[in-house]
Design a protein around this ligand. Structure first.
Ligand SMILES: [Zn+2]
Length: 83
């Protein structure tokens, strides 16, 4: 999926599954728009691409796995997935 396609889906109100491994490359590119870090830069530094802060650990294994895919910390994951 290209970023253009992703943006179209978002505009159309479609739900994007961030857990999807196929989206990793897109997440990498999109990540720059949040904290100014790429996903791999954030992972290396133990930081979050959404808020730019160091992550404070994870509640459970799925949350940690999500971080390894998207580089999004527990706090930001809670904001995204539990609404
Ligand atoms: Zn965060």
């Amino acid at each position: 999926m290209t970023i253009e396609e992703l943006m179209k889906k978002l505009e159309a109100g479609e739900t994007i599954n961030l857990n999807s491994v196929q989206l990793t490359e897109t997440t990498e590119a999109l990540a720059k728009t949040f904290a100014g870090l790429s996903r791999s830069e954030a992972l290396e530094a133990g930081k979050c691409v959404m808020c730019g802060e160091k992550h404070n650990g994870f509640r459970d294994v799925p949350s940690e796995r999500e971080y390894n895919i998207s580089a999004i910390c527990q706090t930001c994951q809670d904001g995204m997935f539990e609404q």
